[in-house]
Write a protein that binds this ligand. Sequence first.
Ligand code: ZN
Length: 928
Amino acid sequence: MRTKFTLGRVGIVVASLLCAVAPPWSAARAPIAASGSSVEYWPGADYDPSIPSVRRVLGFEFGAEMARADQVTRYFEALAAAAPQRMRTFEYGESWEGRKLIYGVISSERNISRLEEIKSAMAKLADPRRLGPGESAAIIQSMPAVVWLSHSVHGNEPGTTDAALLTAYHLLASRGDPRVAKMLEETVIVVLPLQNPDGRERFINSNRAARGLEPDPSPLSAERDEPWPGGRMNHYVFDMNRDWFTQTQPEMRAHVGLMLEWMPVVVADIHEMGANQTFFFPPEADPLNPHLTSKQLSNVELIARNNAAWFDKAGLRYFNREIFDGFFPGYGSGWPNYQGASAMVYEQGSSRGLVARRSDGSLLHFSDTVKSQFIASLSAVEVVANNRSRFLTDFANYRATAVAEGQREPVKAYVIPEAPDADMAARLAVTLARNGIEVRRAEAAFAACGRRFEAGSYVVSAAQPTKRLIRTLLDEKTEMKADFVKRQEERVSKGLPDEIYDVTAWSLPLMFNVPAVACNNDPIVKGTLVARDWQPSGTVIGEASSVGYLVPWGSTASARFLTAALRAGLPVKSSNKEFTLGSVRYPAGSLFVDGALASENLASRVLELARQSGARVTAVSDSWVTDGPSLGSPNMLHMPLPRVALVWDEPTERYSAGHARFVLERQFGYPVTLIRARRVSAANLDGFDVIVVPGEGGSYAAAFGKRGAENLKNWVQRGGVLIGLGSGTRYLAEKGIDLLPLKLENALESDATKDSSAKAGAGAKTDSATSDSDKSDDADSRVDAKELTTEADLQKAERPLKAPPRPVAGVLARADVEDEHWLTAGVASRLNVLVTGNDIYAPVRLNDADTVARFAAPDQVLASGVLWEENRRQLAFKPFVVSKATGRGVVVGFTADPNFRAHMAGLNLIFINAIFRGAAITYDANTQ
Ligand SMILES: [Zn+2]
């Protein structure tokens, strides 16, 4: 049997099914018609019936239904089983909810039979330092090029996964088409059909559960209006398309590991956007990251022009350049560039279900979205197949020129000292290793760039094939083109939104708050390479002891020790003040596991916890403290096992809620109870010691109501610890809630504007004339003349009264920490904070609350990123963390979210203090 398969027919199949079930009395309603497309997407295609179609395996036509995660796996396995010489299907990981992450590799029989050889050839080509003479040319001549198609990192962009099924089918089933034969001969196509199976299942479940008689195209229909938090994100509510270099999520860690194993030369990360949009492919919008190369941009453009030709033939519309910038390196279309691939984003307008009605009244069918993504995918493969040696050569040159630049440029290496925070230094080193960067851990002390570094410090040579990634991740600043920044300043000063798509600062040393010293020489140091999965083990120094064990506070390892020890039921105390015992100075917050209160096997239990957490623990045989509180002092706080709740669901800001939960549960191993916001008004909260209020996406005031606010206040009075994060703090400060004495500021310039309007008002009183259009009967219709001599005068005059500050896309700002406060025990004196949006609070009077951390002086406050000049001046010295004792409880507000994307490792400790030391001080107050 010969099957002539076109997507035009799929559209008709869908339509005829729908028409068949449409009842005659629904005539008043516009019928759900076919997409109208009759274009053959691949003219002359002839399919081999031995290759199973989606209909045969899953029971529906391509594009007639959204394949579920398990169906995707089943179909890829069926394809590989039908054509094992041309396709293999592999597992590469697992999602949080235990779903398989799978990918398919499709190529010619010859290539499929030598996949390991191809991988090792690419690994060789990727490292010019190890290539022998002529080896590079031989590889380029003899090896296929790897093309990477990754789909549905966002689970609610459904067509992209089904397009992957169609792409795989077409490549395997197509007969007698020399173009397809050439694709298989010249390339190896790696297809990841579904990067985010948990999100897709959430999306499909809500869609199918709400479906009725026929698919509903209305944007208001429940099936297309996803319930909180939506399917875009993974289980822990992370946008995985921002997680490529920090790799906090297992799905992304697996994906990055896989990409480093295969080393593709072209990557298409395939997405969907709003239904009213057509299709986006590159060139991307400004600003571009300065570490992208002109070859990469021209390679992507070569593919884009082929896409355009195919789209023109198929009657499809597209656009480029206007949105989706290439500055942030954490996108799926960004990060692969820094390994030498030419990477790009595809974005199709989404039907977000089986059919969508666009604003022009036309219908967008799911099958339409599958079609365009399929065509654009094949177009990319076609271009690489026709230009195989160009793409391989450019890849090899990328890696070679990166090494050469690292040898030539002033920054020749970075050194990450082991002190002051060995745990965080190790975390940074492992994060870099997971990015395919070579990091060496020094076996002995060494001197470099004019100073001495201890054994255990890390060296990152710039003379590596990943040099451009090293620079963009370790430099404090990545420069954005000055003329672009100037244009944005002008736009925002006119009240227009800026054109920046994501944060403008991501320097890992700043986010982790560890130094990375840029060196102008590359130190020759004997050391071991840091492995991607290395986890430094903690230790116990000294013999088993009946007095107990001390853990110096200040590292995230010590915080992991605390949470694990509490869960294990060990008696833990925390010092309010620093003290000296033996020759060691212990910072405030240091933990004392009291041997007098412990049950048996304390030594082995402490050793186990130290190993797992990475903490460095000291056994105490002599308890004599020479300075500061003794181990039996009332300043040694009993640490209770707090029951922690997190406000969840509408109107919570979903990312803030997800990130907070993830940090506590997965980075610190501590369970959290999620309470839906609608329960807050009436729930008995006494089962909890700590409640975390994440940022708000809607209005907590409306969701909690008066009763909810009273409930929270009373609970704090009785001894609760209430913690606001980012815009959640806005609620705590709201008028009528008044849990924190904070007030949001208007924009800085509004003072000047207020002055001029006050003057104008005074002048107007002298003039009694009123215009017809002015219904007010006072004299405000005429004001004193004001001469405007500069653009700045004009802007001031036109600026609205009491405007909020201008929103900021995302910068790293410095904040200074007050010592001697329970919240800042062990915390570094200076922190880096990710500031986004426009919440800036007025200073708080000393007798109203404690400002525990505040942003630095105007010339210090900006650590990295693009911050409007006016915001920089306004943010200086303003509160970052505020705490207020209330009744027997305490309220803490973070004016910026400390858990942003779980990237801000340097803010972990102050957040942990708020929860665990907060619970301890209120416990102490309540038991006195
Ligand atoms: Zn997307």
